[in-house]
Ligand binder design. Structure first.
Ligand SMILES: Cc1cc2nc3c(=O)[nH]c(=O)nc-3n(C[C@H](O)[C@H](O)[C@H](O)COP(=O)(O)OP(=O)(O)OC[C@H]3O[C@@H](n4cnc5c(N)ncnc54)[C@H](O)[C@@H]3O)c2cc1C
Length: 474
């Protein structure tokens, strides 16, 4: 048996005794993979192909007991660990070199209680899993816009989705979580149990323990809703964005919209001569009846002369996976976003110019409409900051050729820096580049919540066992 080497919390390389690994295996019901094992290379891959990491061990958990065993093993051996949900974080923090990956991606169960209108989900569930189960009972909650995104990292960082202005962020819909702490205890956090921890995990990321189950509030939601998808020419961008800004000022909470400044996707229903033309795509969903939705979203179909209008009634689960094909596993990605108090003319001008400077056809600059229920939760009620921002601007750079990686990353950083001068600033920590300069990133992302988060961190994770994340220093 080859010796397994790993990195300790203080950066030294150690060999793990084979007997220790054998004892770990004996307490574990899932699979523990080492380099060279069949399945190891598949299990270390994550969504962003920019990260090519070789963990010392990958513990593919089958339940809470496995998670607790894995946390105890890493703590007792003093080695670094990371926690993986859907593996979608652009920074790649789910997987680390030379440490233990606590891999929950096989734990995808979702159990809906239709009477209480709640869902309990395992930490490897994807939004497609949760949406599908909830819709069986005519229910839904705010979730990701791509069905393969993990519910875990998404919710712990806040979680923006197409129902957010009606029902708040994903983290606002959490009722409770079960947490495996650094000490190996299994506790419940909710408004009434460990409320400090419950406050921190709603926006504070994976800093405080491994969440082994999430309990969400669900809401009645018809299987069909009115969905907006309308393409306009890039040349009309200034007027289109000004008119959208005006629409957003008075839009009801039921309406959540966003604009993608990118290239016309080569979809079969779009004439070939239009493929890859620069466009603005307005996307939206109405949280209510199809008839009301059609009426409420009509102004966005008349913002100017559209190229193609694909709006209409659509099943909610389909809307929630319409974007899947544009974000394939294994492509190369660098994303970073910023909150904006408003969409000033200067921000509009900069967005359009920056979008046209993007170097690849697949890249998008996405402006999401916030407000509504998000902004009515008090700033200090959860760890999620920036609740008063009206928009979020995200630079989603995507490409396939590693030769252009540096250029594309530099483009996003430069654009973000410029936008930082024009807006209220503040990073959304679920789209935070490669988490470079993580300390200032965490402080900027959490702003005045940072010190309170530090206190919670000191209590639940004083040795900073959970550090492969947007790390809060204990
Ligand atoms: C294609 C795509 C679409 C997206 N769409 C949206 C969107 O619509 N709205 C939005 O807000 N965000 C969106 N995101 C961003 C998304 O919220 C983050 O990438 C999020 O981290 C993904 O969660 P995950 O479980 O897949 O992440 P992972 O990469 O598996 O985990 C990320 C981090 O979360 C923590 N973590 C994961 N599981 C646990 C756990 N059980 N306990 C404790 N900590 C844990 C760890 O620190 C880990 O490093 C999108 C991302 C992608 C790639």
């Amino acid at each position: 048996m080859a010796t397994v080497q790993a990195t300790t919390l203080n950066g030294q390389t150690v060999s793990i005794a084979p007997e220790a690994i054998e004892r770990f295996r004996a307490t574990f019901r899932g699979v523990i993979l080492e380099q060279g094992d069949p399945g190891y290379d598949e299990a270390r891959k994550i969504w962003n192909g920019m990260h090519d990491r070789y963990p010392a061990l990958i513990a593919r958990c089958s339940g809470t007991a496995d998670i607790a065993a894995a946390v105890s093993f890493a703590r007792d051996e003093g080695i670094r660990l990371s926690v993986r949900g859907g593996g979608h974080n652009v920074a790649g923090t789910a997987v680390i070199d030379d440490g233990l990956v606590i891999d929950n991606s096989l734990m995808r169960g979702v159990y809906v209680d239709p009477v209480r209108r709640t869902a309990r989900a395992q930490p490897g569930a994807r939004w497609g899993d949760l949406d599908r189960e909830a819709q069986q009972f005519g229910l839904a909650t705010t979730g990701g816009e791509v069905s393969t995104t993990g519910i875990a990292g998404f919710t712990l960082g806040g979680g923006m989705g197409m129902l957010q202005r009606k029902y708040g962020l994903a983290c606002d819909n959490l009722i409770s979580v079960q947490v495996v702490t650094a000490a190996g205890e299994i506790i419940t956090a909710s408004e009434s149990e460990h409320p400090d921890l419950f406050w921190a995990i709603r926006g504070g990321g994976g800093n405080f323990g491994v969440i082994s189950s999430f309990e969400f509030q669900l809401h009645p939601f018809e299987p069909e809703a009115f969905a907006l998808t309308v393409f306009y020419p890039f040349e009309d961008g200034v007027n289109l964005l000004r008119n959208w800004r005006e629409f957003c000022e008075t839009a009801p909470d039921e309406v959540t919209t966003q604009v993608l400044i990118w290239s016309m996707p080569p979809l079969p229903e779009i004439p070939e001569e239009m493929h890859f033309a620069p466009v603005l795509t307005f996307v939206g969903l109405y949280a209510g009846s199809v008839a009301d939705g059609e009426k409420a979203l009509q102004p966005l179909r008349e913002l100017g002369e559209s190229l193609i209008d694909m709006s209409g009634p659509a099943p909610y689960v389909q809307v929630q996976s319409d974007f899947d094909p544009f974000f394939p596993d294994g492509n190369l990605y660098y994303w970073k976003s910023i909150f904006a108090d408003d969409l000033s003319d200067a921000v509009i001008e900069a967005s359009l110019r920056q979008a046209s400077e993007a170097r690849t056809g697949e890249s998008a600059l996405i402006i999401r409409q916030l407000g509504g229920a998000i902004s009515r939760v008090p700033e200090d009620a959860t760890a999620f900051g920036n609740r008063q921002a009206k928009y979020n601007i995200s630079y989603d750079s995507m490409w396939q050729d590693p030769a252009v990686s540096e250029t594309n990353i530099a483009y996003v950083r430069r654009s973000w820096d410029e936008m930082n001068e024009l807006t209220s600033g503040g990073v959304y920590l679920n789209f935070a580049g490669f988490a470079e300069d993580v300390d200032s990133l965490a402080r900027a992302g959490h702003q005045r919540n940072y010190e309170r988060l530090q206190r919670v961190k000191r209590h639940y994770d004083p040795t900073n066992l959970f550090r492969s994340n947007i790390n809060i220093q204990p």
